[in-house]
Design a protein around this ligand. Sequence first.
Ligand SMILES: Nc1ncnc2c1ncn2[C@@H]1O[C@H](COP(=O)(O)OP(=O)(O)OP(=O)(O)O)[C@@H](O)[C@H]1O
Ligand SMILES: [Mg+2]
Ligand SMILES: [Zn+2]
Length: 355
Amino acid sequence: MAQPWLAVLGAQLHNLQNVTARVPLQRLVAVTGVSGSGKSTLARDVLLANVQAWVQQRSTKAGRDAMDAGKAPPLVGCTGLQGFETIDRVLEVDQTPIGKTPRSCPATYIGFWDTVRKLFAETLEAKARGYAAGRFSFNTGAGRCATCEGQGIRTIAMSFLPDVKVPCEACHGARFNPETLAVTWRGKSIGDVLQMEVDEAVAFFASMPAIAHPLQLLKDVGLGYLTLGQPSPTLSGGEAQRIKLVTELTKVRDEVGRRGQKAPHTFYVLDEPTVGLHMADVDKLIRVLHRLVDGGHSVVVIEHDLDVIAEADWVIDLGPEGGNAGGRIVAADTPEGVVQRGTHTGVALAPVLAR
Ligand SMILES: Nc1ncnc2c1ncn2[C@@H]1O[C@H](COP(=O)(O)OP(=O)(O)OP(=O)(O)O)[C@@H](O)[C@H]1O
Ligand SMILES: [Mg+2]
Ligand SMILES: [Zn+2]
């Protein structure tokens, strides 16, 4: 029987005062506490870093053999690690941009753009013209607009001033050449699809589950207003983070779809994912986190948001204060249990749970 708890022993990095933390696996776990209490240090610098190193070593036969022979990776900031064996993969989902290149967009990042291109290549018009899926790429090949090389915009260098971006004069932002745009699927060209908002695209592709499902997930997390082709570098931090979560959710489904195969158990760490989110979007984020857990994954979320903490299966509350007056676990319990213990977090959480 697999150990259902992950444990880090004797954590002593930064302000952590010889902390032993136990994290239930395949649950939603909130790490809480006042600013400077040691949340990021415990969750990212100690837990994530060590589990990452150990899981990575265990992923190869040579690594497993070395570990069996007592050669585990050096521990960082703690004296022991237990219960990591069932974890196959470790991932931090943060708000950093999802790519610096303007050639990336939600559709290509999540990965359903290839299916859209194949759909266009299957049309009678495309077959008559001899266009394969590659023709419908805006990043390479003969189908994209040659003037802007498929970017839809042109960058004009100004001396002594920042570059100016203007719509491409040849394609007017459509990113493809007229011959490619002449091919349509249900009345829309590939350029129209790229400029479509997620909300509209969900309905438009309803008959194509491989495309509609990720689009529906984007809608579920409150990103229905994005266009499929919005350049990734222009997404906000919160948007980028939710797109990463959607990408993870599409994998949950793929894995459940492949019958008989066990989904790789992923250990997710998110540091304050609700920063910058509106209250309505917090609810959507909570639903995504629950879906990851329902898919058999483990989620650790560092949070100040009381609604997220209230929804957690387990809370690790650090404190009691910040800096050297913190760095200890003041409660490790269910949200109700933390309220009963009356820590700072418990006091703040009480009215939220009473609702
Ligand atoms: N690299 C570092 N070197 C020394 N001290 C550090 C380092 N990183 C953090 N600290 C200190 O350790 C303590 C805990 O920091 P940590 O970032 O874990 O807090 P936190 O609970 O995540 O706070 P916040 O809610 O503000 O993000 C703080 O007093 C901080 O100043
Ligand atoms: Mg922090
Ligand atoms: Zn162009």
